[in-house]
Ligand binder design. Structure first.
Ligand SMILES: NC(=O)c1ccc[n+]([C@@H]2O[C@H](COP(=O)([O-])OP(=O)(O)OC[C@H]3O[C@@H](n4cnc5c(N)ncnc54)[C@H](OP(=O)(O)O)[C@@H]3O)[C@@H](O)[C@H]2O)c1
Length: 267
């Protein structure tokens, strides 16, 4: 699903109002073609405004949103249908490229939400079904529940959380991994291995982390920034191919850090 144009996406959490939509528009001008939002972020209209204002052809864009986060009210099929209909309206689109089930609290929510997403893929209003924060067990349940491909599982991944087990599970499946918090919300900037590779190539630690993620098969990444300088910097990761020695050096980081870790989750 993701290709060289879309594997580096643009995360939009906290980008709201006119300022938020201006940053998203600059990301589109810079060359980002994959925009990641969510009902929970309260900024789908800002994403819609940026798309409408930009010169980029709709067909060249990949727009992803998410519905049904555990913080949202009780999930029913009707709630999920309304959420997707409202996302379509706020984004100003007649088709969303990818809709994720944002974060299930339990198996029951998976059983409620996924069939509705499948329904929307069948009507064509959603092009691909995605899941997010799904464990290996959740993915197995999901595959039993729907007859269509699970195109992506969006989970936290960065040099301090390398998701080796999950990537092994996804190998040879149709499901791609989309790495959220790909900079560990800044935590990667102090890592010796990341700093050493950055210094060697005269690039920023952010670019190193993103290029490391993109070096992995089937992995896309969605860094977030409110800064035009940072979004331009991060975009450099697309063109950077780390050599195997650099990749190994980062693979060897022996630390596990999660930015998102509710106490009830059994990863
Ligand atoms: N599915 C889920 O449950 C889930 C959960 C969390 C996040 N997400 C998605 O993932 C996206 C990214 O994750 P995130 O926001 O948690 O963290 P992140 O992308 O790892 O880090 C964002 C932080 O890094 C800074 N930054 C970005 N580029 C930089 C650069 N080149 N140099 C220095 N600092 C830089 C940003 O500050 P500045 O603004 O100052 O640049 C911001 O404070 C979110 O926007 C959202 O779309 C999804």
């Amino acid at each position: 699903m993701f290709d060289s144009e879309t594997e580096l996406g643009f995360g939009t959490y906290s980008l709201v109002g006119d300022e938020g939509s201006a940053v998203i528009e600059t990301a589109l001008e810079t060359g980002y073609r994959h925009i990641d939002t969510a009902r929970l972020y309260g900024n789908e209209s800002e994403v819609g405004d940026a798309i409408a204002a930009s010169d980029v052809d709709r067909d060249d864009l990949f727009v992803a949103t998410k519905v049904a986060h555990f913080e949202e009210p009780e999930k029913t099929p009707e709630y999920v249908r309304t959420a997707i209909d409202e996302s379509l309206e706020r984004l100003g689109l007649d088709r969303i490229d990818l809709v994720y089930h944002h974060w299930p609290r339990n198996q029951e929510e998976i059983e409620t939400v996924l069939p509705v997403l499948e329904e929307y893929v069948e009507t064509g209003a959603v092009a691909n079904l995605g899941v997010s924060n799904y464990t290996v067990d959740d993915l197995s349940l999901a595959r039993d529940l729907v007859d269509i491909s699970i195109a992506a599982n969006q989970v936290e991944m960065h040099p301090l959380l390398q998701q080796t087990k999950l990537r092994e599970h996804l190998r040879d499946t149709e499901t791609q991994l989309v790495a959220y918090s790909p900079l560990a919300q800044g935590e990667v900037f102090d890592q010796d291995a990341v700093l050493a590779v950055a210094e060697k190539h005269d690039i920023s630690p952010a670019v190193v982390s993103l290029a490391w993620l993109l070096s992995k098969d089937g992995v896309a990444a969605i860094p977030r920034t409110s800064s035009v300088d940072h979004l331009r910097d991060n975009y450099r990761a697309k063109a950077l191919e780390l050599n195997p020695e650099d990749v190994k050096r980062i693979d060897a980081i022996d630390r596990t850090h999660r930015c998102e870790d509710p106490s009830w989750m059994s990863w």
